[in-house]
Design a protein around this ligand. Structure first.
Ligand SMILES: [Ca+2]
Length: 285
């Protein structure tokens, strides 16, 4: 009777140990699977963040936070002729925009300082002029002040007095009075070339910028030129971009690190599986 009871007790212990072993094994494998799934999710998350950060807005102004009749200073700094104010007589984003009025021979420039060391920088702005007149009505672009009375433009777009929107020596398209035009420029400073879109249509691909110091840019400028015409500006955005190649390299680096972590984790947990095996007790004689 005693031998039989001991045999049943030993069998029960083995059964419990086997169950514990299976439970530990399942637990360890589950942990490994959860850890790997979490790491894969981290890779995907980093990738999504990377690719959605292709373009970063450095500055935006829809001129909504100023009162009509006021000056948008100190956010904007007025250069040369300083005739400008917020108005609600026309707009793109409701219900204000910026009105500037230059005069011969002094343009009114509203400039916004910004800093960026990105190779790719750009701007978007809506422009409307009250009349087409010589020599130029409106202009927008990157800028650097070079003296009390002069400034140097980069990747500039001009509304010329003959009804042409131009950039450099390039005719982009015609324009008319009292209509909003969306101007978008993307400037590659290393290549010293830029693209121009008007109303989201690429009308000026790969235009050469003549300046040899594109990283000297300090400002973005809106200008009512020498024609002395009311010029309106709205929804200004300055942005930087990361090139697709740079994103791919970053993505590859992050993925490589994550895969290495997964490999190390897999090895560690596999070793843990092996170490959790409970040795069978010697048979009872
Ligand atoms: Ca607005």
């Amino acid at each position: 009777m005693i031998d039989g009871a001991e045999t049943r007790s030993t069998t029960g212990q083995r059964s419990r140990r086997a169950k514990n072993f299976i439970l530990r094994l399942r637990h360890t494998r589950l942990m490994k699977e959860v850890a790997i799934i979490l790491l894969v999710m981290v890779i995907v998350f980093i990738g999504v963040i990377q690719f959605t950060s292709l373009e970063t807005t450095l500055f935006y102004d829809g001129f909504e936070y100023y009162l009509p009749g006021s000056s948008p200073t100190p956010t904007w700094e007025f250069w040369f002729n300083t005739n400008g104010e917020i108005t609600d007589t026309t707009f793109v984003s409701p219900s204000n925009c910026l009105l500037l009025l230059g005069s011969f021979p002094w343009s009114t420039e509203a400039t916004r300082k910004f800093t960026s060391d990105s190779v790719l920088i750009g701007y978007e702005v809506y422009v409307r002029v009250e009349k087409v007149a010589q020599p130029y009505t409106a202009a927008v672009g990157f800028m650097k002040r070079v003296s009390q009375v002069t400034s140097r433009g980069y990747a500039f777009v001009w509304f010329r007095g003959d009804g042409e929107i131009i950039s450099g020596e390039n005719l982009l398209q015609t324009y008319v009075a009292n209509r909003w035009y969306k101007i978008r420029v993307l400037f590659n400073r290393d290549e010293r070339t830029y693209h121009v879109w008007v109303d989201d249509i690429l009308v000026g691909p790969s235009i050469r910028d003549p300046n040899i110091d594109p990283y000297a840019i300090e400002d973005f400028t809106l200008s009512s030129e020498w024609a002395g015409v009311n010029c309106y500006f709205d929804d200004v955005r300055i942005f930087s971009q990361v090139s697709f190649e740079t994103l791919l390299l970053k993505w590859a680096a992050y993925t490589g690190i994550a895969l290495a972590i997964i490999g190390i984790l897999d090895m560690a947990l596999t070793r843990s599986d092996t170490g959790s095996v409970v040795p069978e007790p010697p048979p009872t004689i």
